[in-house]
Design a protein around this ligand. Sequence first.
Ligand code: ATP
Ligand code: MG
Length: 322
Amino acid sequence: MTKRLTGFQPTGNLHLGNLLGAIRPLVVGQERATETIAMIVDLHAMTMEHDPRTLRACTLEVATLLLAAGVDPKRTALIAQSQIPEHTELHYLLECTAAHGEAARMIQFKEKSAAGGPVRLSLLTYPVLMAADILLYDAQEVPVGDDQNQHLELTRTLALRFNARYGETFVVPEGVRPESAARIMDLAEPTRKMSKSTAGEAGRIGLLDPPETIRKKISRAVTDTAGVVRHDPEHQPGISNLLAILAECTGERPGIYPNYGALKRDVTEAVDALLAPIRKGHAELSEDPGYVREVLAEGKTRVRPAALATVRRARAALGLLD
Ligand code: ATP
Ligand code: MG
């Protein structure tokens, strides 16, 4: 059985892009009996300025949303990274095998550290923590979007180097493209991907947006003056994005549309049909926050033995006393 690991940053505002690009492939994967770990990477959310109360609330919110969207805790281990201390232990052990330059050349580090303000040291070393997250569970497959390719390559490099220098210790993971290759674009700026971290709300459909908000955002989605509904991402990025959203939500090829209004109406309906059960599930789960915490505790119990075994192997290989 192939072991897969998917991570979600608890930075809030989970959106339609996260659902279609990451959560749904995860839910579909668990139905094919792939062994899956869904991890809320709360430690990664501390690499930039953060507010403790918001972090705690977001971690529980993301766990709740994943459950509401179909993550089945019987089949998928749902965990919060920081609750399993072996992540930070393996992080340090791996840091002792990584070079400063390897971390400093990461594009995401360069971009985020250039944004101004003090740069946390953890922002530099975060890709090594990500390597620890993956190697800890002997994950064979890691679904990665383009933005994470470089980090996965570093994970592979560190694992291969460690195995060669200190003896076979880690499973070397493969990056796989998510089943749904769809990259959902921002509704207000359709040449940029829909993101949690962009300032404006207009281009992002939140998983908990009420129907009226969804309708407004889609009706105001930026289009063009061509007046023809066709898939042409280069010249009609807005319309192409709406067509992609429709296809992803319904699982069918979109039909012919006489005008933009008719397309937007169908997109609204399809998005709402997809999100309504998630809203409902989230509302039900929110009534019992103790349940979500229990699921995380169960996930921890389930994955901990593998994490402990990996750290034990790594410590022994490096010459540390047991
Ligand atoms: P941030 O702006 O904080 O980086 P994000 O919206 O990019 O947030 P992540 O937490 O980085 O979200 O990614 C979670 C998962 O969702 C990843 O697997 C990522 O590839 C996927 N994802 C993110 N944005 C999109 C999108 N617009 N379309 C499809 N998949 C997406
Ligand atoms: Mg991202």
